[in-house]
Design a protein around this ligand. Structure first.
Ligand code: PSU
Ligand code: MN
Length: 303
């Protein structure tokens, strides 16, 4: 393909043979979860994708190589390393040209997945419009990438630490279809409920594939967000999460945390405030998204 993108052999073979492949992001590994749960989760998520009949392709930049289809040793290195970068779409070429190593965000993973020819991607939650964005202007590049890169992103909605109404407004402005899976409500990551109606609802992987096909036929080239609510048994209800979220945001403000550091800081603060319960939910929802993404990938190649 190109010297800057290295597609692992099994991934290249699966794509060439028209078998389903699911891209996976790695900021969740490098910045979203503590060791060793990050590594255990990365492996468990890959097992979910395989169990549902697709091939996982975790993506990261390792010593200047944009790798699509990381091996277990590379995932372990990314999980343990301390000075690993968080790479969004704007940072990819810098990491590649300076020999850097970093986990890719939703935005950067979409770029790499599309470049490699992978149509489906599973993550935990997308970045979005932060609370107070009317002052800070902090809006994730994940939304910008969703607006221009034709990849189906499966996520458990947006983290409730974001401003979810504004995130949905922004996605609407950008023309990104947002569809909740078997739910009339847009989910809020740790919680099944956000209190907000979902813009669109879909009830099967085949329906997502058909929707994607219709968009392609119309010449519409943006991504799509499939919002998959966390399973009921694993959720933390919204009312229980809100005080923790508000306290974590207050901590971030007091400590002057800004920019790229905000999301990892809040996730860590919430992890401590919920005594680890938020992490257990996070792990469950990523696995749940991996399964659905594998079904969607199979439906897309099966069309
Ligand atoms: N979901 C998680 N943990 C994470 C993230 C999402 O459960 O760490 C990451 C994703 O990689 C997402 C990023 O793309 O946070 C958003 O960061 P920012 O708001 O700085 O764009
Ligand atoms: Mn930001």
């Amino acid at each position: 393909m190109s010297p800057t993108v290295q597609i692992a052999d099994p991934v290249a073979e699966a794509l060439a043979a028209g078998r389903p492949v699911v891209a996976l992001e790695t900021t969740i590994v490098s910045h979203g979860m503590p060791w060793p749960q990050n590594y255990e989760t990365a492996l468990a998520v890959e097992a979910e994708v395989r169990g549902a009949g697709a091939l996982p392709a975790a993506i990261a930049v390792i010593a200047g190589r944009l790798v699509v289809g990381l091996g277990a040793a590379e995932l372990e290195r990314l999980s343990k390393a301390e000075n690993v970068a968080k790479l969004s779409s704007a940072d990819l070429a810098h990491a590649i040209t300076t020999g850097g190593t970093g986990g890719t965000t939703v935005a950067a993973t979409m770029v790499a997945a599309h470049r490699a020819g992978i149509a489906t991607f599973a993550t935990g939650g997308i970045g979005g419009v932060h609370r107070g964005a009317e002052v800070s202007f902090d809006i994730s590049a994940d939304l910008t990438e969703l607006a221009r890169t034709p990849v189906v992103v499966v996520a458990a909605g947006a983290k409730a630490l974001l401003d979810i109404p504004k995130t949905l407004e922004r996605l609407e402005t950008l023309g990104v279809p947002v569809m909740s899976y078997r739910s009339d409500e847009f989910p809020a990551f740790w919680s099944r409920s956000s209190g907000l109606a979902t813009p669109l609802r879909i009830d099967s992987a085949e329906a997502v594939a058909a929707f994607r096909r219709a968009r392609a036929d119309l010449g519409q080239t943006s991504g799509m967000l499939v919002a998959n609510p966390v399973p009921e048994a694993d959720e933390i209800p919204r009312a229980a999460m809100l005080p923790h979220i508000e306290a974590a945001i207050a901590d971030a403000t007091t400590q002057g945390v800004t920019g790229k550091a905000v999301t990892p800081f809040l996730l860590d603060a919430i992890f401590h405030r919920t005594e680890g319960r938020s992490l257990a939910t996070n792990i469950a929802l990523v696995k749940n998204n991996a399964r659905l993404a594998a079904e969607i990938a199979a439906a897309i190649v099966g069309e």
